[in-house]
Design a protein around this ligand. Sequence first.
Ligand SMILES: Nc1ncnc2c1ncn2[C@@H]1O[C@H](COP(=O)(O)OP(=O)(O)O)[C@@H](O)[C@H]1O
Ligand SMILES: O=P(O)(O)O[C@H]1O[C@H](CO)[C@@H](O[C@H]2O[C@H](CO)[C@@H](O)[C@H](O)[C@H]2O)[C@H](O)[C@H]1O
Length: 520
Amino acid sequence: MTVAMSTPETPCPLPDLAHEDLFAPGPQRESFESHILPAYIPRCRWFAGKARDPQRFSVQDVIPVSPAPDAARLVLIDVEYADKSTETYLLPLQILRGPAARELAANQPNAVLAQSADGVLCDAIHDQAFRDALFTLMAGEVTRGGEHGSLTGQTGPALGLIKDTPASRALAVEQSNSSIVYGDQIFLKLYRRLEHGMNPDAEILRFLSGRHFASAPPFAGAIEHRSPRGECCVLALATGLVPHQSDAWSFTLGELKRWFENLLLGKTEAAGKIESESLARAAQLGTRTGEMHRALAEETTDPDFAAEPLTSADGKALAESIRASLRQVHELIGKKRTTLPPEIQELADQFVAHERALRQRTDSLGTAVNAIKTRTHGDYHLGQVLETGGDFVIIDFEGEPLRSLATRREKRSPLRDVAGMLRSFDYAAHAALEAHAEYRPTLSTYAEQWSAKAQLAFLDAWLVATEGAPFRSTVHAEEDHLLEAFLLEKALYEIVYEINNRPPWLPIPLRGVLRLLEND
Ligand SMILES: Nc1ncnc2c1ncn2[C@@H]1O[C@H](COP(=O)(O)OP(=O)(O)O)[C@@H](O)[C@H]1O
Ligand SMILES: O=P(O)(O)O[C@H]1O[C@H](CO)[C@@H](O[C@H]2O[C@H](CO)[C@@H](O)[C@H](O)[C@H]2O)[C@H](O)[C@H]1O
């Protein structure tokens, strides 16, 4: 589809219409779908289809967030690609007029879809009335009908205690989702790309809120959409706001930076202190992680959470998933090799040269492990942990974004999360080294050693915290074997992720895989 791109400087013209006319089926809706949406959505940070070829944008449902005639609308949009596959996105929309419109156009030009002399059609996340309405939907457990489907608000304990809607603000940093903070109490995540089915982030936080686990934010509420066919998807998830300094990724990079600087200045005592503190924090995270896994394994009658035995079918499925990733990596490297810088090409070639050994190693998997499987975090890395000034809180239970919802909800051995975090310590050591690239010859051995020590500290603490838990096997060799398989699975997933998203980071997982072979 060829459309004139609107930019924040030149948004599409906004027809002089009331809310109900702009979104009502008819010529305005058609113009909205064929001009405004194709010009706006591809430039949004959260749009995952940038590298694909969107052909058609169509409104699936429109639901006003309150009974007020000028209430913002939650609009569900289907994006159809050239290969006929579709994705659904959530766009909260509001028409502002007068000074409010001018202020928004000046301060949030990226949030403007269309503009006239006196009005803007904008992403409603920047509108206080919209944010208030979301809160009311959840707090009052309100159901609102839309053009086709309906919305329902749900309240959790953390929200039930709040009487009046606190002042709110949209967070400036947009990732794949958008966030709103209410007072100093509630953090709301508004999902952008929607998937039908039970959202693992919402269901796991709700489950953990009823257990003995204080290191995840409490479930506060959710807003769910139900289609006329009865398909549900979560549009927004609210949790208790966790005061934090940074996430554990930035925190760890900060520690490593200080450590490297002291090492380079020859301040060995200060460097030693920083190193041991960072290893103590890695161990603390191992303990919290073990506590999370114990909570996820607590007895329940809920079939979505009840633990089940690991079987040889699970082992075979893991081996098959690794084989599929090996094929995918092979194909991607074949396609993208020449676009990579020579040093990364060299590493990619080494990977290809070792593929046979990797396949052989995968063939030896598939044996049963005498332990149980449970729901897990699913995409566990340092960026999913908040550093709260001396402790950690674990967030974002959505699972790996490159996998289907059904796969992300599967029960797995908690060792899979352990592998995710071990990989993350390795990432942190190498990312920190990259920031001191000119001192690589001096620092690389330190970085390698820190990576190994941090992984060991984390793992040892996790093993202690989970001793005797039903998801632990009593046969050490079985656990070692399974952990190695998960390490390989994760590193291959990371190779795919980095090739598609951040090619300069590709050496980290490529080296990670090659190192796994060296350990043979
Ligand atoms: N409960 C919370 N309290 C405070 N901040 C939070 C909370 N949950 C998430 N955040 C902030 O939002 C960021 C992104 O959260 P995350 O759940 O990983 O979203 P996404 O899935 O969009 O990456 C976190 O790094 C953190 O800064
Ligand atoms: O946080 P997301 O759920 O979006 O996870 C995806 O992106 C992560 C990168 O932001 C990616 O994580 C990889 O890079 C991290 C450093 O940026 C590192 O700590 C992780 O160990 C590494 O896997 C994650 O794999 C991906 O699913």
